[in-house]
Design a protein around this ligand. Structure first.
Ligand code: AMP
Length: 187
């Protein structure tokens, strides 16, 4: 099963993708987590990504696409995966399509977690305090939401047109959201 999670920053994609990953036994691939791990380790990729992340901007497609392309070749991703935070641009959609068609595979479901922006801001400010993320200050956060609106929200329609989109209210109780997603992907 190949699943893509969409939704604005703070919608709960990471939490739900991790829970679904355990339930379905397929890896949770978060581009944000991979970037953060590289930033922490001080790799060239991390050094390149950090200034974009700290400003709330997207890391350039060339860098991001190469990273995902590499990750999807790992053995654990062969039976399926849950992508969290990718694709985020029209170019990334095309790139993902190309990666999958080369393997004669395809996306099965795109899950959009829908949320109210004010609730998202409150959630992210809380998460920033808990996790010490440097890209969750209020100013950067507003930029991240703007970038999502400018570059990513239109992808929802792309996947809707393909008949792959499932919309789930991301504001419910965590377990209830997971149950709702599981029943949809299993039906
Ligand atoms: P996330 O944890 O998914 O919110 O990602 C944190 C940050 O990593 C984003 O604000 C971007 O700077 C960068 N990032 C993650 N995924 C992507 C992507 N698909 N394309 C470009 N930048 C990304």
């Amino acid at each position: 099963m190949r699943i893509v999670f969409m939704g604005p920053p703070g919608a709960g994609k990471g939490t739900q993708a991790a829970l679904l990953s355990m339930q379905l036994g397929i890896p949770h691939i978060s581009t944000g987590d991979i970037f953060r791990a590289n930033v922490s380790a001080g790799t060239p990729l991390g050094i390149e990504a950090q200034s974009y992340m700290d400003a709330g901007e997207y890391v350039p497609d060339g860098v991001t696409n190469a990273m995902v392309r590499d990750r999807l070749t790992h053995e654990d991703a062969r039976p399926g995966f849950i992508l969290d935070g990718y694709p985020r641009t029209v170019e990334q959609v095309a790139e993902l399509d190309a990666m999958l068609s080369a393997e004669k595979s395809k996306i099965d479901h795109v899950i959009e977690l829908t949320v109210d922006v004010d609730v998202v801001v409150a959630r992210l400010v809380k998460r920033s305090a808990e996790q010490g993320r440097t890209d969750d200050t209020e100013e950067v956060l507003r930029r991240r939401l703007e970038v999502y609106a400018e570059q990513t929200v239109s992808l929802v329609e792309v996947y809707q047109d393909r008949g792959l989109l499932v919309q789930v209210d991301g504001l419910g109780d965590i377990d209830a959201v997971t149950t709702a997603i599981l029943s949809m992907v299993n039906s």
